[in-house]
Design a protein. Structure first.
Length: 614
């Protein structure tokens, strides 16, 4: 999904696709808009003919010109003004609708995109697609429609001029044609710069967002100057690109303006010669001059519209690239009957997995987890524990080998069928917009209020919820720190209790709780684990002494497995980790930590420091 240095597609293909996918449904409205553009063009060009009639009437001493002259001028103005008003309203209505539809479909695409593709860009850079790219695309369509209106006005004016004096009109068209070559060169420059500008805007947005998201770490380690220096380079690059676009855009309108001046000069010379030869009269001359004036403004707008349309080409290319990113992970066909649920038998058969950046997180994992068992995964950071949790709900797919649920490859299940069998309690508890009751009900959308309250009671969350201003109806704003880490975690646990799935994934669920809350949560989780297949990631080894099986991971491989007592007796890596936690003297040398370094490099701060020269 990342932008590569490739040639932009043609204007015709990009705008053709925009028409087919988002604008064609409004084709009837566009017919009306085009009709109104024609009325505006005829009204504009009509001024030239009207002025010619006025001059002829004055030359003929027509006494009624005092009546029909002002009435005609008002009629032309009203026709043009009303047509433009209706056209602009219809046009903006269509474009606002297009923008809303593109944003809706883009968000839906992101929600269903493979995690490997989604993580190629930072959330902030993806968010820029909704604001910057789509806004530029809308402006570009506005520019295209403006250029159509300008062409129609120019054609109407040329039609009148051909009727008055074909020879002079052809010469003037040739003069204007001299500007097309330079304008084309300007357009090509703007196309290339615009693509790089949109990419740099996404980079800037991502860098700012990641810097602010890691602000505590940045300030603690006094990295402000380092990040400021790197960010300044991004801002400078963006300024340089934008200034280049501004300069090229600024050159387009004056070029047309100068061409218009040359055309007026040529017109004056030709008119003088033809007046002397008696081939044209004063009224026709004034009409031609008026028509030329009518053409000048639309011709000048064409330069700016052309530049804006080419900027939109780069933005639309980025948008379409996102829409065209195909998922590698596809759901299967197998589903459960309405009241059927999995038994929870899991098997890892020679499972290996590498992330898109090439880092191998798991290698040749063979493991059986029986229904109802509690299996804990321990190991140093980067050993592969979280990766196993990502593979089970198919956030990623195994690189080789397979994982089975009740003897069936998990790739055979549809996504809803598989994921409905899994509850997750993570150490990073996520709250979404909505009430407290809504956030609990995310565990099972069909749950009643009483069931949600019962789940909160089991998760030891009822007391603090009832103390909130509006109790269970209190609105949560995820952008504000309205809840402590422990409170957020208890709401997450309440979701898992409410979901009542046969497989439970616990990623250090009590890490953010105080001693009193942890005791209550441990009791609730002990009840929840009964009759369920439970997989636990444990950093605090005291929480997994009861596990049926403990899997010790080291650099993506199973280094050892067994019960707590069995692993202590072997005096291996588990014993080393256990002794370190309980301040016992280490019994053997510490192993290398290349996996740790790789993990840190994938964190937001790690990526940020790498980007800014860390």
């Amino acid at each position: 999904m990342s932008d590569k240095d490739k040639d932009l597609p043609s204007v015709r293909s990009v705008y053709g696709r925009l028409w087919r996918d988002w604008l064609k449904t409004h084709s009837r409205v566009f017919v009306i808009i085009l009709t109104l553009m024609v009325l505006v063009a005829l009204s504009s060009a009509g001024y030239a003919q009207f002025i010619q009639w006025i001059i002829e009437a004055f030359e003929a001493s027509d006494p009624y010109v005092i009546y029909w002259g002002p009435a005609g001028a008002v009629a032309l103005s009203l026709t043009k003004g009303i047509s433009q008003y209706i056209q602009n309203n219809l046009q903006n209505t269509v474009l606002v609708t297009m923008q809303e539809q593109m944003q809706t479909q883009m968000f839906d695409r992101l929600l269903n995109m493979d995690l490997s593709s989604l993580t190629n860009e930072s959330p902030a850079a993806l968010a820029a697609r909704f604001s910057s790219d789509i806004a530029v695309a809308r402006s570009a369509v506005t520019a295209v429609l403006s250029s159509i209106a300008a062409f129609l006005t120019i054609f109407a004016a040329i039609g009148y001029m051909l009727f008055v004096d074909a020879l002079m009109t052809v010469v003037l068209i040739m003069v204007f044609g001299l500007a097309f070559g330079p304008v084309g060169i300007i357009g090509a420059r703007i196309r290339n710069i615009s693509k790089r500008t949109q990419r740099e805007i996404a980079t800037m947005t991502g860098a700012v967002n990641e810097g602010l998201s890691a602000i505590r770490m940045v300030r603690t380690y006094r990295l402000e100057d380092r990040l400021r220096s790197g960010a300044q380079q991004v801002f400078t690059n963006l300024k340089r690109l934008q200034m280049r676009v501004v300069r090229w855009q600024a050159a387009a309108s004056p070029l047309v303006e100068v061409t218009g001046g040359i055309a007026v000069a040529v017109l004056l010379v030709l008119v003088t010669l033809r007046l002397q030869a008696g081939r044209i009269d004063l009224a026709a001359f004034v009409g031609l001059l008026t028509a030329l004036g009518v053409m000048t403004s639309p011709a000048r707008r064409l330069g700016a519209s052309y530049a804006a349309a080419l900027q939109g080409l780069a933005a639309l290319d980025r948008i379409f690239t996102l829409f065209d990113t195909r998922n590698v992970i596809e759901g299967g066909d197998h589903v459960f009957e309405p009241n059927e649920r999995a038994d929870g038998n899991l098997r890892f058969e020679d499972v290996s997995f590498s992330y898109p950046d090439g880092y191998q997180a798991l290698s040749n994992i063979d493991l059986d987890v029986l229904s109802g068992q509690t299996v804990a995964f321990v190991g140093r950071s980067g050993a592969g524990k979280s990766t196993i949790f990502n593979l089970l709900p198919r956030l990623y797919d195994v690189t080789s080998g397979r994982i089975t649920l009740d003897g069936r490859d998990i790739r055979d299940f549809s996504f809803p069928a598989l994921r409905d069998q899994i509850s997750v309690v993570s150490q990073d508890s996520v709250l979404l917009n909505g009430s407290v009751m809504d956030n609990i009900r995310f565990g099972r959308e069909t749950a009643t209020d009483d069931e949600c309250r019962a789940a909160a009671e089991q998760a030891a969350a009822a007391q603090f919820i009832e103390d909130l201003p509006d109790g269970y109806e209190t609105i949560i704003d995820p952008t504000k720190q309205s809840f402590s880490g422990g409170e957020r975690q208890r709401l997450s646990i309440a979701r898992a209790i409410l979901r009542n799935a046969p497989i439970l994934l616990l990623d250090e669920p009590t890490s953010a709780l105080d001693a009193e809350s942890e005791s209550a949560i441990r009791a609730a989780l002990s009840d929840l684990e009964k009759g369920r297949t439970t997989l636990v990631i444990a950093h605090r080894l005291s929480t997994i002494l009861h596990a049926d099986q403990i899997i010790v991971l080291d650099q993506g491989q199973i280094a050892d497995k067994g019960t707590h007592d069995e692993l202590l007796k072997r005096d291996g890596l588990y014993a080393e980790l256990f002794n370190l936690q309980f301040q016992q003297p280490p019994r053997r040398k510490r192993r290398g930590r290349s996996a740790d370094e790789a993990l840190v490099a994938r964190t937001p701060l790690g990526r940020l420091l790498q980007y800014f020269g860390g």
